[in-house]
Design a protein around this ligand. Structure first.
Ligand SMILES: [Ca+2]
Ligand SMILES: [Ca+2]
Ligand SMILES: [Ca+2]
Ligand SMILES: [Ca+2]
Length: 192
């Protein structure tokens, strides 16, 4: 009889161990699926070059000495930053337009720009939804006060003359368009 009881208790212990292992199995599966989710949804995108961020903003300035002359933006960098899945953020800034009263003050406008991944069409999300085609022999762009972001990359004179006969964009510090040309600078800041 004692022997039988011992066997029975052994059976119960074994049953409890099996139950514990079985109960533990779903949590192992859960951990595995959590890891898979973490890897696929949160880690992989950062390793995917399509999502890779070039953390340095691309900044170009056109000072008073550049007045009226288009300063070309590096087209490889513009493509890397803006011709992708998430476009880029473009800030167009005017600096020092009121030098004696507000030295170095910066006026700015910021918009999102997408350059088409399959053509040279581009578009901002400004109020006008400004859009154009790069490299089509017709200059297009946006402006903020004295400063112009243009799909022209080539200056034709020192009086705002510009051409869009190649792929690429430019920054123009406009001459004779309303702000003191001897102090005013323009700056474009492009973030991926
Ligand atoms: Ca981008
Ligand atoms: Ca154009
Ligand atoms: Ca162009
Ligand atoms: Ca100017």
């Amino acid at each position: 009889m004692r022997e039988k009881i011992r066997r029975h208790s052994t059976t119960i212990i074994v049953a409890m161990i099996v139950a514990a292992i079985t109960a533990g199995a779903p949590s192992v599966a859960h951990v595995t699926s959590s890891w898979t989710h973490l890897r696929d949804e949160h880690i992989k995108p950062f390793a995917d070059s399509r999502y890779a961020k070039k953390t340095e903003p691309y900044i170009l300035e056109a000072g008073p000495a550049d007045d009226g002359v288009v300063q070309p933006l590096n087209n490889t960098r513009m493509n890397n930053y803006c011709r992708d899945l998430d476009g880029c953020e473009v800030t167009l800034a005017m600096i020092n337009w009121n030098a004696p009263a507000e030295p170095g003050n910066v006026a700015s406008r910021t918009y999102i720009l997408f350059i088409s991944q399959t053509s040279r069409w581009w578009r901002f999300n400004d109020d006008a939804d400004s859009s154009g085609l790069d490299n089509n022999d017709a200059t297009q762009g946006i402006s903020a006060w004295d400063c112009y972001f243009t799909d022209s990359e080539t200056s034709t004179n020192a009086s705002n003359g510009r051409d869009d006969q190649e792929a690429g964009f430019g920054l123009l510090n406009g001459t004779n368009v309303g702000y003191p040309d001897d102090t005013t600078a323009c700056r474009v800041i492009v973030k991926d």
